[in-house]
Design a protein around this ligand. Structure first.
Ligand SMILES: [Zn+2]
Length: 378
């Protein structure tokens, strides 16, 4: 069997660009992964008696299959219960230990060694980059980095794109500089901020860019919300707006929305945690509604809702729910699948793994996920 590296070599030998094998068009279900993120416990999410997410726990669970006893596994001497780690376990289906690409402490710009779900999809099917999207929060710039792995047979050719405020600002600042209408006093500052943003994710630096479709997306976003950054929603409400707009204009086949607001509890106020859960719950309802009214998505879209990690349950702490102490409940998460082909109103309480989510999405989308360690759930 000819692999891509051999094709590249063959292309180099005859002096032509490599021609990748023709891939079939994708005709399976669309998949929307909702990272119910920023770390949440089962108690405040899927437990109907204590939930701050009534739509999730009392309505949506009746329409899908809930795995209430999912866990993030432990790796010896490594913190696995954090946001970037959980996101990469979901994207790669493996519990690999990660360190920052430049070794910066707490920088968490992790480069996955195993292919991500987006790479598996684009390697198997002819799906354009703009239909493979990660929607990221504004305080998680390190997650701009998860668009492709450094795996030999996958990588940048099969990457996805990100939608985020940081990504919009990159578009906006480049436009403003080229339009030449910024006052001199702002020009230097804008150039500096743009350079900082591009440095954050130099693997995706221009001229590689995001391409014409995403430029159009950002042009329309700018026309609607303006240049100030004060009109659009912030926090996780912004992620919902970006995702709904993407459904209408980019028609992604696979999209991951990385909600994060419950993590603002690190600032010290417990209500930040519970309010964050409510905001994601409302976002979920908006997303489900957006799919229902969109003929491209209605009846052909599967939601996979899963936290990045749990949180501690330490009654002796003023804030009982951090997530860095490797406690039992920081490993305890859940997953809810909703959509065509997924049994309605079912709930399983046997122990399953966060990495099983990846294997399951691979099976639902009909693609081989050779490096995934998890098992198919449904
Ligand atoms: Zn956190």
């Amino acid at each position: 069997m000819t692999n891509r590296r051999e094709l590249l070599i063959a292309g180099a030998l005859v002096g032509t660009a490599p021609v990748l094998a023709a891939r079939p068009a994708y005709s399976g279900p669309n998949v929307i992964i909702v990272r119910f993120g920023g770390g949440v416990r089962r108690r405040e999410t899927i437990d109907p008696a204590h939930t701050y997410a009534p739509y999730l726990s009392k309505s949506l669970t009746l329409r899908g299959t809930l795995f209430s006893n999912m866990e993030v596994s432990e790796i010896k001497d490594v913190t696995t219960t954090s946001h970037a780690q959980g996101t990469l376990y979901l994207l790669t289906g493996r519990y690999d230990a990660y360190k920052d690409i430049e070794g910066q402490f707490l920088s968490e710009r992790f480069e996955p060694a195993a292919p991500t779900l987006f790479e598996y999809l684009r390697k198997t099917y002819d799906v354009p980059t703009h239909q493979c999207l990660i929607v990221n929060g504004e305080d998680r710039k390190n997650e701009e980095y998860f668009t492709f792995s450094n795996h030999d047979l996958y990588g940048v050719d099969y990457r996805c794109h990100t939608l985020s405020l940081a990504r919009f600002k990159r578009y906006l600042f480049r436009q403003q500089i080229s339009e030449g209408e910024l006052p001199e006093s702002e020009l230097a500052k804008t150039r500096k901020t743009l350079a900082e943003l591009e440095r954050l994710d130099y693997r995706n630096a221009e001229p590689l860019g995001q391409g014409e479709k995403l430029d159009t997306f950002w042009r329309n976003w700018r026309a609607y919300y303006g240049d100030s950054g004060f009109v659009n929603a912030r926090g996780d409400a912004l992620l919902t707006r970006l995702a709904v707009r993407a459904l209408d204009t980019l028609a992604p086949k696979l999209m991951m929305i990385n909600y994060q607001d419950p993590d603002y509890v690190h600032w010290g106020n417990p209500s930040h945690y519970t309010r964050g859960i409510s905001i994601i719950d409302r976002g979920l309802e908006s997303l489900i509604d957006a799919v229902q009214i969109n003929p491209t998505y209605r009846g052909n879209t599967i939601f996979v809702i899963v936290p990045d990690c749990g949180r501690d349950s330490n009654r002796f702490q003023r804030i009982p729910f951090q997530h860095h102490f490797n406690s039992r409940s920081a490993h305890e998460i859940w997953a809810l699948l909703v959509g065509p082909g997924i049994p309605r109103g079912r709930s399983f309480d046997h122990r399953v793994d966060q990495t099983d989510v990846t294997a399951t999405i691979g099976a639902l989308m009909g693609m081989a996920t050779s490096e995934v360690e998890g098992r198919v759930l449904i």
